[in-house]
Design a protein around this ligand. Structure first.
Ligand code: CO
Length: 166
C-alpha cells in the first residue's frame, strides 16, 4: 500500500458504498490496519490508499481489542457542543492544526460481517470518527479550516520525502 498525500485528487473523491462482505474485504481491512500501524496512525481511510470504497480502520490504542472497521459509516447524531483540538493526517504530512469538531457523535456502520453497528463516541474517538468519515467523503482536515488559516498552514508544508512512498 502507498499513502496518497495532499493535493492528490483521489483524496477529494467520495467513496462508494460496499455491498459485498467477503474474504477480500476482510483482507483489505487487515492490510489497512498493518499499514496504519507501520505509519503510526490511529485511523486510515481507504481513500488515502487509493481505494475508492467506504471503509476505514481505526485504533486509538494499538490494542487488537480496540480495532474498529467502519464500513459505509454515517452519523445519526452529532452534539451541538463542539471542541477545538490539534489534528494531523497521514495524507497531510508534517502539518497539524486545531480543528473544530462535534464533541460527541453517534455513528452507524457495517462491520466486516455486514452487520449494522451503532457506536456512540466522545472526545478522541469522536474526533477520529469525524476525521475518517470526512476522508470517505473526500474532505481533509485542512478543508475544515478558515481559508486564510489553511493558506498560512500550507506554506509550512515540508518538502516531499521518500518516506511517503512506502
Ligand atoms: Co487523515
Amino acid at each position: 500500500m502507498k499513502i496518497l498525500t495532499y493535493p492528490h485528487p483521489s483524496l477529494q473523491r467520495k467513496s462508494a458504498a460496499i455491498k459485498v462482505f467477503n474474504k477480500e474485504l476482510a483482507k483489505i481491512a487487515k492490510d489497512m490496519f498493518q499499514f496504519m500501524y507501520k505509519l503510526n496512525g490511529v485511523g486510515l481511510a481507504a481513500t488515502q490508499v487509493g481505494l475508492p470504497y467506504s471503509i476505514a480502520v481505526i485504533n486509538p490504542s494499538r490494542k487488537t481489542s480496540d480495532e474498529i472497521v467502519l464500513i459505509n459509516p454515517r452519523f445519526t447524531k452529532t452534539s451541538r457542543e463542539t471542541v477545538r483540538e490539534d489534528e494531523g493526517c497521514l495524507s497531510v504530512p508534517g502539518l497539524s492544526a486545531r480543528v473544530k469538531r462535534h464533541s460527541g457523535v453517534t455513528c452507524e456502520y457495517h462491520n466486516l460481517k455486514g452487520e449494522k453497528v451503532v457506536l456512540e463516541a466522545r472526545e478522541l474517538l469522536a474526533r477520529i470518527l469525524q476525521h475518517e468519515i470526512d476522508h470517505l467523503n473526500g474532505i481533509l482536515f485542512i478543508d475544515r479550516l478558515a481559508d486564510d488559516e489553511r493558506k498560512i498552514l500550507l506554506t509550512k508544508r515540508p518538502a516531499k520525502t521518500k518516506d511517503e512512498d512506502i
